[in-house]
Ligand binder design. Structure first.
Ligand code: IPE
Ligand code: IPE
Ligand code: MG
Length: 243
């Protein structure tokens, strides 16, 4: 029996975040270059995004390139940037009513990449289904530093009182301010860490780690993860009896 049959469609997580890890090791295992793994990983993005949209997930946030990933060998970074342009499948987004968005320090991306991404953002902006968000040149510490600077500036300009700074105000200054916090975070590839991803936003997120390398992650694995999520009791500090 497939995990698909076990999913409770009334309890689909609204926001799923994924740390797509393991492309390099997947390729190495096959005796291929790391880039081959990234290409295979791009295919997985489309499979998983289409299925997530079908399931009714509202926000799918994919950790695609971190601030720290700029420190990889130049040829790998260049290959990843080229792949970004090549793997944007606008037709698939339109067919699935997916709205495409990006978060991160995207000004650092090569101009041609940013132009292509912005085109896709614009063309899909009226779609009303799932939001597919790529975190690019993103890190949580970068985002929180930027938010702090903006808030300090507003205080300096007397636009904001210090006593008015609340969790809500901080959230509103983050790049994720248009969506709810992740309900569920999946990391593939076997590492048990967050690698600077959505640290503030994941304060109460359910975490799921699996050993499967991202290129091998598939619909069945997604269904399995969602079934796991649906077994959990989210207490938010309360007791079980209060839920
Ligand atoms: C994730 O796979 C993709 C990116 C970080 C761009 P990796 O490239 O980190 O693959 P591993 O972890 O080395 O196997
Ligand atoms: C996290 O993966 C970043 C992305 C998936 C884009 P990494 O492979 O870069 O993370 P670490 O270095 O193993 O923590
Ligand atoms: Mg990795």
């Amino acid at each position: 029996m497939s995990y698909r049959d076990k999913i409770n469609m009334d309890r689909i997580p609204q926001h799923v975040a994924i740390i797509m890890d393991g492309n390099g090791r997947w390729a190495k295992q096959k005796g291929k270059a790391r880039t081959f793994g990234h290409q295979a990983g791009a295919q997985t993005v489309h499979t998983i995004a289409s299925e997530a949209a079908r399931l009714g997930i509202k926000y799918l946030t994919l950790y695609t390139f971190s601030t720290e990933n700029w420190n990889r060998p130049a040829d790998e970074v260049a290959a990843l940037m080229a792949l970004l342009i090549d793997s944007i499948e606008e037709d698939t987004f339109m067919k699935n009513n997916i709205r495409f968005r990006i978060i991160g320090n995207v000004e650092k991306l090569p101009k041609d990449v940013l132009t292509r991404l912005n085109q896709c953002i614009e063309h899909t902006s009226k779609n009303t289904g799932m939001n597919l968000i790529l975190a690019l040149s993103y890190s949580s510490k970068w985002e929180l530093t930027e938010a702090t600077k903006q808030i300090a500036q507003e205080v300096k300009e007397n636009k904001l009182e210090i006593d008015s700074i609340s969790e809500k105000v901080i959230s509103a200054h983050l790049t994720t301010n248009f969506m709810s916090d992740p309900d569920f975070l999946i990391r593939t590839g076997g590492e048990i860490r967050l690698s600077n991803y959505l640290l503030w936003q994941c304060a109460y997120t359910e975490l799921y780690f699996c050993n499967t390398y991202w290129p091998d992650f598939n619909k069945e694995e997604l269904w399995k993860a969602i079934c796991d999520y649906q077994q959990r009791e989210r207490r938010f500090g309360k007791t079980s009896e209060q839920i």
